[in-house]
Design a protein around this ligand. Sequence first.
Ligand SMILES: CC1=C(CCC(=O)O)c2cc3nc(cc4[nH]c(cc5[nH]c(cc1n2)c(C)c5CCC(=O)O)c(CCC(=O)O)c4C)C(CCC(=O)O)=C3C
Ligand SMILES: [Fe+2]
Length: 374
Amino acid sequence: MATPDVHPYDALLLVSFGGPEGPDDVVPFLENVTRGRGIPRERLEEVGKHYHLFGGRSPINDQCRELKAAIEADLAEHDIDLPVYWGNRNWDPYLAETLQQMADDGVTRAACFVTSAYSSWSSCRQYRENLYDAVDALPGGVEGSPVRLDKLRHYFNHPGFVEPNVDATLAALADLPDDVRAGARLVFVTHSIPTAMNENSGDPEVSYEGGGAYVAQHRDVARVVTERVAAETGTLHEHDLVFCSRSGSPHVPWLEPDINDHLEALRDRGVPAVVMVPVGFVSDHMEVIYDLDTEAVETAERIGLPVRRAATAGIDARFVATVRDLLVERATVERGEEVARAAVGDTGPMWDACPVGCCANPRAERPALCGRGA
Ligand SMILES: CC1=C(CCC(=O)O)c2cc3nc(cc4[nH]c(cc5[nH]c(cc1n2)c(C)c5CCC(=O)O)c(CCC(=O)O)c4C)C(CCC(=O)O)=C3C
Ligand SMILES: [Fe+2]
């Protein structure tokens, strides 16, 4: 097979959330995340406790290091000679520092892979705003920047993301006691966001089932995973989409139901077991190891509901290969050549550049990179 052509890119940038790496990092990290977001103090203290339960260290940065190493190995295996950089929105290595390093190294055009798979202000546009700020901080600013960035398309429905989720769901089902397996409910879990943020998610010109692209995309993936599991096991399990990690003021409506309330409701309805599938997350970071593995598992134990949690995509080889596939795909597009785009489900492959007004945050309109301009 010929070496895949990644021209016009001379770098890949892995973009992530960031997390604290020790007890002293927790408060400054939380301040970074919540600056100007109106999160109540009590909520911050509560979330701080989650981190301190794990020694003040989030696993997310180590997971990014592992993903970066896996991407480098995968690119090398495919004879793609491209440096991989990593920068975070909220913790060291910060995007601004990484962009400076890239500029110093003479990078001119990088493809960005973001560790967040779906549309919404929190999960897409905020990353694009932070990329703008990081490039703007370079000498010359956005106008005179030596480095141009393209964000690789959303991958929630890429087979390389969906297939590891299918296998993880099968493994979690297999781990349930035999007598409850067939009746188990598949409970897909993602991060709650304000309902208004969901409604504003995606292309403002398109109307989505559920009011916004964020929920519609998750529903699509949940259905595909459920059907693929049925194809393997012969059982079409009932499934739901529920939410975790609600934050913000109690007066602001966020997406519901919460996973804990939902487990109780299922138990009351006589559901014999649950598999939680954290389809909204790409690795086992704090939302997964605290909100699901700690809090939701405690809820399930208290009410006597057998529960298993499916693994996230993490560094599954198919997910790592997805990064390469999207990189090669976008490079092909940027060279003006025809390309096949992998996608499963009903949504179809997402756009390369977000439309104007995509995932707007009406509270604070800020400039963002990687959009369709204007
Ligand atoms: C949609 C979404 C994702 C998934 C997409 C993606 O991955 O980006 C995500 C991921 C993450 N969220 C994370 C951490 C936090 N999120 C917070 C707060 C918030 N998240 C929100 C949304 C999301 N968040 C929202 C609407 C808020 C309210 C504040 C605001 O309107 O912006 C807060 C503040 C405290 C709190 O209130 O919970 C923290 C500490 C970490 C790091 C985990 C680790 O350290 O391992 C990760 C991967
Ligand atoms: Fe979050």
